[in-house]
Design a protein around this ligand. Structure first.
Ligand code: SF4
Ligand code: SF4
Length: 365
């Protein structure tokens, strides 16, 4: 008799079943790693252009000139959030850092459709975090799993940080948002961010080093406990119709999926993964030996006959890549087509601000 399982509830372990071994090898991790490193390469290319652009103004607007790559604003998620609120309040696309908004909205849409696929497939910080815990596993033999009494409150930290930013931005009117962006700090927030890493102080270097060490010991330490952007995308991902779904009939209860999950989710005991921690990395799907037992899929059909074929509503890694590419390129092309990709500030303003960037402080300081 089939066991009736409520979505999200823990299922009892069933007697061992016969394995219907999967017919095709899983390619999800190879494809995902390729997408991740392609996105890292894109960010390095943008970073190199931006660095050359900054150096041009630091040299007194002389020498080799490279146009400012607006894609660097993808590293300004707070500006993206502020500009999204400005758009919501006024219906107008903001003049300063509009690319930050388009990219932010694109990444938000990805989360609404495909869980936190931005974190698991695109974010360079996520890719670095994954590389660190893999390196840590090689060096120390394994990664650590924190006790639940420590893990749960630590996971709350990123929501506290997110709440802080939402509280500040939530209290700003359209005029305040526009005014902040037009301050010297708002205009060159991207240069300030670059210089944070170029001229990193001892304290900041120790903090970054400590985070890197913790990321080697604990899987995705930064993403799991501290990243407010991931927290926001995780909340959006709760609405995603595509989720990791387990077919209890096909599952042989081997537990390989749960052991492979970097978020520590009990994939082998649930029928669907609703958790805001799921980054859609599909490592669980890759680890599963049973045919169609685990999929990244839309909800199953309601009728029994169609339920048998629910796996056909699954998204493979190529489909996930295609959806991410459509959204990313769609956001960039839409911004270009409406002439809202570039921040249009006269070069004279950059020539005045960039060489004296140390004197540009946050307006709240
Ligand atoms: S449940 Fe699967 S897709 Fe989600 S984080 Fe865990 S391994 Fe990745
Ligand atoms: S990997 Fe998970 S879903 Fe696949 S058979 Fe084993 S327990 Fe079931």
């Amino acid at each position: 008799m089939a066991t009736v399982i409520a979505a999200g509830t823990i299922t009892p372990r069933a007697p061992r079943k016969k394995l219907d071994r999967r017919s095709t090898p899983d390619r999800s991790q190879r494809i995902r790693h390729a997408v991740q490193w392609l996105f890292v390469a894109l960010n390095l290319w943008i970073g190199a252009q931006f660095f050359l652009w900054v150096r041009f103004f630091e040299r007194g607007a002389t020498g080799f000139y490279v146009p400012r790559p607006a894609g660097v604003e993808g590293w300004l998620p707070i500006a993206g959030l502020m500009n999204a609120k400005y758009l919501f309040l006024t219906g107008r696309v903001p003049a300063i850092h509009p690319a930050a908004m388009y990219l932010f909205l694109g990444f938000l849409l990805m989360s609404l459709l495909l869980k936190k696929a931005f974190c698991g497939w695109l974010c360079p910080v996520g890719t670095l975090a994954e590389s660190l815990w893999r390196a840590g596993r090689r060096v120390f033999g394994r990664n650590l799993r924190l006790y639940r009494w420590l893990d749960v409150p630590l996971r709350g930290l990123k929501y506290l940080l997110l709440g802080f930013f939402l509280w500040i931005i939530g209290g700003m009117s359209a005029e305040m948002l526009e005014g902040f962006m037009a301050t010297p700090y708002g205009l060159v927030a991207d240069v300030k961010m670059l210089n944070f890493f170029r001229d990193i102080g001892l304290t900041a270097a120790i903090v970054v080093g400590l985070l890197a060490l913790l990321s080697m010991l604990v899987q995705n330490f930064w993403c799991r406990y501290l990243c407010p952007y991931g927290a926001l995308l995780g909340l959006a991902s709760l609405f995603s119709p595509v989720k990791i779904r387990r077919d209890a009939e096909a599952c042989i209860d081997c537990g390989k999926c749960a052991r492979a999950c970097p978020a520590g989710l009990p994939v082998d005991r649930l029928v669907q993964i609703r958790s805001a921690e799921c980054s859609a990395c599909m490592a669980c799907v890759a680890a599963c030996p049973a045919e169609n037992a685990l999929q990244f899929a839309l909800p199953p059909r309601k009728t029994a006959a169609l339920r048998q074929r629910w796996y056909r509503r699954a998204l493979g890694p190529v489909a996930v890549t295609a959806v991410l590419a459509y959204i990313f390129l769609g956001a960039v092309l839409l911004a270009h087509a409406t002439n809202h990709w570039q921040t249009n500030i006269p070069q004279a303003i950059y020539a005045r601000l960039v060489p004296h960037i140390d004197q540009v402080t946050h307006p709240g300081i």
